[in-house]
Design a protein around this ligand. Structure first.
Ligand SMILES: *[C@@H]1O[C@H](CO)[C@@H](O)[C@H](O)[C@H]1NC(C)=O
Ligand SMILES: *[C@@H]1O[C@H](CO)[C@@H](O)[C@H](O)[C@H]1NC(C)=O
Ligand SMILES: *[C@@H]1O[C@H](CO)[C@@H](O)[C@H](O)[C@H]1NC(C)=O
Ligand SMILES: *[C@@H]1O[C@H](CO)[C@@H](O)[C@H](O)[C@H]1NC(C)=O
Ligand SMILES: *[C@@H]1O[C@H](CO)[C@@H](O)[C@H](O)[C@H]1NC(C)=O
Length: 254
């Protein structure tokens, strides 16, 4: 019988359902930005979200388990392999954040990048990070096995404007002490501009369009039903009062 609810009640139900989703999602930020680090690195995870008055506590999850830290930042002072995994946070006036993945490696050299997928025209930035920032000499960067940069000291490599052919597998190597060390390889993907990601944000996703179409339809049908039932009731009441109901004609006709 829910179809016969007055349309305003239905509208109230719909708006109550969307209220919880109106809170912004919390965001986990890494400082420094690297999503892969070496053992003994320092990493700060920051939770961005709104707080209600008088409640400045933040909840943190690591691999889905609530951790004791309630401050808005979570400090990892000397990273261990077990600190790897998914981190999520939430504040009093935000919903649960998306997970941020952190991975802690054991080794001498690690390739780091702010992003592993870049848009054509954006810069590609790579860092050849060494364990405990030990000095690295004769640093080389490779793409698909080909040397791209050689430097006596500089552990950073930058391509100011990425082109599609810059996609590929990258690694770095260099001399630490007297040893020749290499990082593991990482893939960089350069995405073309034919389908810029911003265009999708101009249109709501299809399920939302469907949702509003269905709600609109239900509203129209419900309004129609509501008034037709009301009219039918009023008519039958009037018929009753005017003595027009058909069965009363039976005895009169005799
Ligand atoms: C390595 O150097 C960076 C940049 O100078 C610094 O932020 C970081 O704390 C250092 N890491 C370690 C383990 O000392
Ligand atoms: C919240 O704020 C109070 C007072 O400013 C402070 O003592 C407390 O440590 C804070 N708690 C958290 C979890 O940040
Ligand atoms: C969390 O998960 C990652 C990988 O999924 C694992 O390497 C790490 O040891 C886990 N840490 C804890 C504390 O569960
Ligand atoms: C490091 O080793 C590679 C071979 O594994 C060699 O080709 C390269 O020249 C060495 N680098 C230096 C700076 O000696
Ligand atoms: C990089 O891409 C290649 C080919 O697309 C794939 O075989 C390889 O597993 C990828 N490597 C990493 C580290 O993701």
């Amino acid at each position: 019988m829910w179809q016969l609810l007055p349309p305003t009640a239905l509208l109230l139900l719909v708006s109550a359902g969307t209220q919880a989703a109106d809170l912004p999602k919390a965001v986990v930020l890494l400082d420094p930005q690297w999503d892969r680090v070496l053992k003994d690195d320092h990493v700060t995870l920051k939770c961005q979200g709104d707080y209600p008055l008088g409640d400045n506590s933040t909840q943190w999850w690591h691999n889905g388990t609530l951790i004791p830290n309630q401050a808005s930042s979570y400090f990892i002072t000397d990273a261990k392999v077990e600190d790897s995994g998914d981190y999520k946070c939430q504040t009093g006036l935000s919903t649960l954040s998306d997970p941020v993945k952190l991975k802690v490696y054991v080794g001498w050299l690690l390739l780091q990048a702010p992003r592993w997928v870049v848009q054509e025209g954006e810069p590609i930035k790579l860092k050849c990070h060494s364990w405990k920032n030990t000095t690295v000499r004769k640093v080389q960067f490779f793409q698909n096995g080909q040397g791209k940069q050689f430097s006596y000291q500089n552990s950073d490599f930058c391509i100011p404007e990425a082109k599609l052919e810059h996609s590929g597998s990258y690694f770095c190597r260099g001399i630490i002490g007297s040893k020749n060390e290499s990082s593991e390889a990482m893939n960089i993907t350069v995405q073309g501009q034919e389908n810029p990601p911003t265009s999708s944000s101009f249109f709501p996703p299809w399920h939302q369009i469907t949702f509003f179409l269905v709600m609109g339809l239900l509203f129209a049908v419900d309004t129609g039903l509501y008034f037709s039932v009301k009219r039918a009731l009023r008519n039958s009441k009037e018929d009753w009062r005017n003595g027009k109901v058909t069965w009363t004609q039976g005895p009169q006709g005799k």
